[in-house]
Design a protein around this ligand. Structure first.
Ligand SMILES: *Cc1c(COP(=O)(O)O)cnc(C)c1O
Length: 235
């Protein structure tokens, strides 16, 4: 089903973009701009990433620091890079200044490290807080009940700027469970905004298997890999 949308990366991208804007424009109550599509390039070779670039794609995402830096060096400068994976504190220094958004801040320790390491930079560092919206114990993320305290602490930071929330939907084909997780994230964002954290604006949610639901539920950033580049080769 996934890969019948066209054979080339450009054709798949076009089909996905069209589908996203169709769903976004019919979903009630969302802002006029559709969500931003981030092409997730983990395990994808530079040549194939460049194919997506030639098809007009400018937002790309990686979940490993080393891989991101290597690819960034070989690809055009006008790409906006997103970091979406688990970020170890000892890798923070290497990634700062190289990405437009870190989607996956999942602990205060990591937030503190970013704040500290950002000191020499001129710009603020925009991040999303990763929230665990399912009861899967294995998932990374701040728990919803911990979020207000977390935000209160980071609101005193001068360099790190919490710009929104990110979640990874449950690993299931049950649409209801996925929708519930995305709705929970959106509700949390609204609650936090109402509670004084107006700086929180964006929702990052939706991957290959569940991006349609994420668009319906008001995602601002979709993180899609396999639907664009095909199944990943496992090493
Ligand atoms: C790999 C990855 C994605 C993309 O997953 P696909 O199933 O290939 O679309 C999105 N978000 C994160 C955090 C990832 O690690």
């Amino acid at each position: 089903m996934l890969f019948e949308k066209g054979n080339t990366i450009g054709e798949r991208l076009a089909a996905i973009r069209e589908e996203i804007s169709r769903i976004a424009s019919s979903a009630a109550g969302r802002d006029s701009n559709g969500p931003e599509l981030i092409a997730i390039t983990k395990n994808v070779e530079v040549g194939r990433i460049f194919e997506a670039y030639r098809a007009g794609q400018r937002h790309f995402g990686e979940n490993r620091v080393q891989e991101l830096l290597e690819k960034q060096n070989q690809l055009p400068r006008d790409i906006q890079w997103h970091f979406v994976g688990r970020l170890q504190t000892n890798k923070v220094k290497a990634i700062l200044g190289k990405v437009s958004l870190i989607h996956s801040v999942d602990s205060l320790r990591l937030a503190e490290e970013i704040e500290k390491r950002a000191e020499p930079l001129k710009e603020k560092v925009s991040v999303l807080i990763q929230v665990r919206t399912t009861d899967e114990e294995t998932k990374q993320g701040v728990l919803p009940e911990e979020l207000p305290g977390f935000l209160k602490t980071v609101s005193n930071f001068t360099r790190l700027k919490a710009a929104g929330l990110m979640t990874i939907g449950p690993l299931t084909t049950e649409e209801d469970a996925i929708r519930k997780s995305f709705r929970a994230l959106k509700l949390l964002l609204e609650k936090c905004r109402a509670g004084g954290f107006e700086g929180l604006r964006y929702l990052s949610m939706g991957m290959t298997e569940d991006y349609r639901i994420a668009v319906e539920e008001g995602a601002h950033f979709l993180r899609i890999g396999r639907a664009i580049f095909g199944e990943r080769k496992t090493v």
